[in-house]
Ligand binder design. Structure first.
Ligand SMILES: C[S@@+](CC[C@H](N)C(=O)[O-])C[C@H]1O[C@@H](n2cnc3c(N)ncnc32)[C@H](O)[C@@H]1O
Length: 324
């Protein structure tokens, strides 16, 4: 049976998009389509939904599920191309709501052939977009030990990054009598290199996260898309973002804060708030999972949802500061 993805904060996220029947909405991370289906339930016949995913399997799923819905356009692309995708359709500045649900889907994580999980043996792939780019095995073969160590530390916050990087690079030497790297072999290598264990956490969790983030340029994608999302939104349009670890959330939090604060005038200048030209208004507090959310869906345990609304008015100034 195909793994199923349970959307995190589905109702909250779709409520936060504040959708009206004839709106144009973008779901930039289709995955299993749970959020997209909930968005479509709120759109009327005059509404329109663009769904984006960089994963070919997710796009095939979207085509199977939504091919007969005239309101939907399905786009296979990384979301860092959002600005181009919108301007090609003459939709820049016209989107009423955008949803980003970062990270991997259960379909990706729970399909051993995709190579994301240390829980089942599979090829060491980890690409969200299997049609291009390096697999994790190719990436590991090509990085230096120092680069691997930095990735494990920066993207996995792994305390034992140096030991793990050394063990992996050693095992990949042609002279090493090591079987070809699969997810299971890598997980075993990492487990052996780590001297102490965090309770309840597989010792390879952080390394797998770090390698996945590096292979898919995940943080670069987020950095690139945030200003593009702002440009794409209509005045009063909503941006709803779900992050699953602190590195993702930090980028979103910083971007929202800077855009809500406006132009950085020196504090001694007598500038009122409106003159600072803020481009986003924060909506509510960040939402973290409660006990019931986690009971309903284990994936929610590390989720943070942030919502912001584009401030209407002088679109020229907005566009200038947000330009990537
Ligand atoms: C957590 S899942 C989304 C789940 C979805 N909201 C649902 O309800 O089923 C994340 C999806 O976003 C996609 N994705 C992640 N980063 C992406 C990027 N930079 N560009 C496009 N798609 C991306 C992944 O391929 C994956 O299918």
């Amino acid at each position: 049976m195909q793994p199923r993805h349970i959307p995190v904060f589905k109702e909250h996220a779709v409520n936060a998009l504040n959708i009206a029947a004839n709106d144009l909405v973008v779901d930039a991370t289709y995955g299993g389509g749970g959020h997209a289906r909930a968005i479509l339930a709120r759109l009327g016949d005059g509404g329109r939904l663009l769904v984006i995913d960089r994963d070919v399997s997710a796009i095939e799923r979207a085509r199977r599920a939504l091919h007969d819905d005239a309101r939907v356009e399905i786009i296979h692309a990384p979301f860092s191309r959002l600005r181009q995708l919108l301007s090609e359709r003459d939709l820049s500045g016209r989107v009423a709501g955008m949803l980003f649900d970062f990270g991997v889907s259960s379909q990706q994580l729970d399909t051993p052939a995709r190579g994301f999980s240390f829980r089942a043996s599979g090829p060491l792939d980890m690409r969200m977009d299997q049609s291009r780019g390096q697999t994790a095995a190719q990436w590991l073969a090509q990085v230096t030990e120092q680069e691997l160590c930095s990735a494990l530390r920066d993207f996995g916050e792994e305390r034992f990054a140096r030991r793990i990087a050394r063990a992996i690079k050693h095992a990949m030497q042609p002279s090493a009598a090591q079987p070809p790297l699969t997810t299971a072999v890598l997980a075993e290598l990492v487990a052996k290199a780590v001297p102490s264990r965090e309770p309840g956490k597989h010792p390879a969790t952080r390394s797998f996260q770090a390698i996945r983030i590096a292979v898919n340029h995940e943080l670069g994608e987020i950095r690139e898309v945030l200003p593009q999302a702002l440009i794409g939104l209509a005045p009063h349009g909503r941006l709803v973002i779900l992050s699953f670890h602190s590195l993702e959330d930090r980028l979103v939090k910083r971007f929202f804060r800077e855009q809500a604060r406006g132009d950085p005038y020196p504090p001694e200048l007598p500038i009122c708030e409106a003159m600072k030209n803020p481009t986003l208004k924060l909506v509510g507090k960040p939402r973290c999972a409660g006990v019931q959310d986690i009971a309903d869906n284990r994936r929610a345990r590390s989720a943070v949802m942030r919502v912001a609304e584009k401030i209407g008015g002088d679109q020229t100034a907005t566009t200038e500061r947000a330009r990537p």
